[in-house]
Design a protein around this ligand. Structure first.
Ligand code: DGY
Length: 327
């Protein structure tokens, strides 16, 4: 008999067809959001769960699923899952690292450029028919060359951003719970800083940390005040790492020059003041959204799930580790 699996939302078609050929598959919903009651009702008899970052997989969900063996998350971030609870029940939890590193790093650079060079504002200006000719002070932005990029979180994605940033002649400083060996810092051309020093020194600050209880509101109102008034904050990691209300205040009062956001504190809700501001670029959590990467993520999530259901050790098992960026 094939194992029973709950898929919370559709995968890309090829991966979903493959999954359906291997297991007894139930798709919970085609909608963007799966109502909690639906999740609770449908998980009951399942051995496998393939879910997404929009699904909160907590104690209540796991209590309802006595037969569950594996939770395969189709994302690298696993903050939507109560890991401690899952591990205490002997459940396997898997994620999709590596395959989304380059796409997410690309989007980080796109957000840095879009924010510092005011691309969205300028595009809107053209579309509204307001371009009347070249002008010396039209859409003046910030130059990247020679500036300092501060990376908060220096895992796979942070390092991929650093590689790209060097091509823009940016100096790179980083903060991570785990400092690199001096020889590796030298090889990568990066310097370690305390978080507060990084915030004081960097011209562009980009977040690539995991969301954990320790990183919640890491960028608080107090920390925003440490940043230069000419600084730009970019977040492609998880929204709750930044106090969004404090960020709005900093952007409104000129405490901060600009921000580029792909993620939000109460996603999919966006702090209502943010879209009213010109000095912010807003994206709908599309860091990994290339066709190639999303395809790989889907197949990786399926493979992890099947391995776990077969009693094998999944290739991308999330395990308790010492604190360091998982992204
Ligand atoms: C992840 O994988 O955690 C991203 O946020 C979505 O690709």
């Amino acid at each position: 008999m094939k194992p029973r699996v709950l898929l919370t939302h559709p995968l890309l078609p090829e991966a979903m067809d493959y999954l359906a050929s291997q297991v007894d598959l139930e798709l919970a919903t085609e909608e963007m959001i799966l109502p909690r009651e639906e999740l609770l009702a449908r998980i009951e008899d399942k051995q496998g769960l393939l879910c997404f970052l929009t699904d909160a997989i907590d104690r209540e969900v796991m209590d309802r699923a006595p037969k569950l063996k594996i939770i395969s998350n189709c994302a690298v971030g696993v903050n939507n899952i109560d890991l401690k609870d899952a591990w205490s029940r002997g459940l396997l939890v898997t994620n999709t690292p590596d395959v989304l590193t380059e796409a997410t790093a690309d989007l980080t650079l796109a957000l840095i450029l879009a924010t510092t060079r005011r691309l969205v504002e300028a595009d809107r200006f053209c579309r509204e028919g307001r371009f009347r000719g070249w002008k010396i002070d039209l859409f003046l932005g910030l130059e990247l060359s020679g500036k300092t990029l501060g990376l908060i979180g220096f895992g796979r994605i942070g390092r991929a951003v650093a590689r790209r940033a060097r091509a823009f002649n940016l100096r790179i400083i980083y903060q991570d719970p785990k400092r690199l060996e001096a020889s590796l810092e030298k090889e990568l051309g990066v310097e370690f800083r305390s978080l507060d020093d990084l915030l004081r020194e960097a011209d562009i600050i980009s977040i690539h940390a995991s969301l954990t209880p320790e990183s919640h509101h890491l960028i608080s109102a107090e920390r925003l005040k440490l940043m230069k008034k000419t600084a730009v904050l970019v977040n492609v990691a998880r929204g709750p790492i930044v106090d969004e209300k404090a960020l709005v205040e900093a952007l409104k009062t000129g405490q901060l020059w600009g921000a580029g956001l792909d993620v939000y504190e109460n996603e999919p809700a966006i702090e209502p003041e943010l879209p009213k501001l010109d000095n912010v670029v807003l994206l709908p959590h599309t860091g990994s959204a290339t066709r190639e990467t999303r395809q790989k993520m889907c197949f990786m999530a399926v493979e992890n799930l099947l391995q776990g259901l077969r009693g094998e050790r999944p290739s991308h098992l999330v395990e308790p580790v010492e604190k360091t960026s998982v992204l």
